[in-house]
Ligand binder design. Structure first.
Ligand SMILES: O=C1O[C@H](COP(=O)(O)O)[C@@H](O)[C@H](O)[C@H]1O
Length: 267
């Protein structure tokens, strides 16, 4: 399975911003640029979204940008949105990462920019799936429908152009939490979590194998409460069982976007 020490994956690099506003502006601009490029050259673009404070702020900034005259935007009919993780809650629960993304950006793109609703691939809700494990199987089936021929890392997945992640103060990414069995799940693309230490307990997450398959993995980190986790994740030799974020890699690019507060303890 994928190995973060593997030279076929990109070593992490950091980009540090004065504040949250600068970080979300740059990441939003680059996200749009990646989608424009993929849409133009491949005729299709796949982006994986994250929840969390910084991840949702990036989407709000994309909404501002697409509303500004003169911003170059992709052909939205070619763009597909996926999620790195989700809370197994009712579809209208405001804690759902998808609900927050709809409010921040996706409703606007559907209503005013022609994004087809069927291009939005939400993870299952608690109405769709009785357990996180069933939810993970359902999401794997959705991903398989859009899998590129031959697949990445032998997995049935689309080619993700860009995958966004947030980091918790405990070092979790997506819904892969310290010490949990989900960290060791190999050979499948999605996994259920029944006992997340961060509420709500039931979640669905992409696995590390799926995350590692993405061309670009951008981790967005804002705030002093993330500084220790970021520093440990980026230090060599950290145990991923303690700080799962240390295992974050993309196939072509791995960037940690940090504001100064989150970067304060980097060595
Ligand atoms: O629970 C989650 O937390 C992380 C980080 O969120 P933050 O608010 O501390 O930035 C997020 O990336 C993930 O998608 C979410 O489900």
């Amino acid at each position: 399975m994928t190995d973060p020490a593997n030279t076929t994956m990109a070593a992490p690099r950091t980009e540090i911003y004065a504040d949250k506003d600068q970080l979300v502006t740059v990441v939003a601009e680059r996200l749009l640029a990646v989608l424009v490029d993929a849409s133009r050259h491949a005729g299709i673009a796949h982006a994986v979204l994250t929840g969390g404070s910084a991840g949702i702020a990036v989407l709000e900034k994309v909404a501002d940008l697409v509303t500004e005259p003169g911003t170059e935007t992709p052909a939205w009919t070619t763009v597909h949105f996926w999620w790195g993780d989700e809370r197994l809650l009712p579809s209208d629960d405001p804690e759902r990462n998808a609900m927050q993304a709809h409010t921040a950006l996706l409703d606007l793109l559907i209503a005013e920019h022609g994004l087809p609703a069927e291009n939005i691939h939400r993870m299952p809700t608690s109405e769709d799936a009785a357990t996180p494990e069933i939810g993970a199987e359902m999401y794997a089936a959705s991903l398989e429908v859009h899998a590129e021929e031959g697949g990445r890392a032998g997995l049935a997945l689309p080619r993700f152009d860009v995958l966004l992640l947030g980091v918790g103060p405990d070092g979790h990414i997506a819904s892969l939490f310290p010490g949990k069995a989900s960290l060791n799940t190999e050979g499948v693309v999605a996994v259920g979590e029944d006992d997340s230490p961060k509420p709500p307990p039931q979640r669905v997450s992409l696995t590390f194998d799926a995350i590692h398959s993405a061309d670009r993995v951008w981790t967005v980190v804002v705030g002093a409460d993330k500084a220790t986790a970021a520093s440990r994740a980026l230090a060599g030799g950290t145990d991923p069982q303690e700080i799962p974020a240390t295992k974050v890699r993309g196939a072509r690019e791995t960037i940690w976007h940090l504001d100064q507060a989150a970067a304060a303890k980097l060595r």
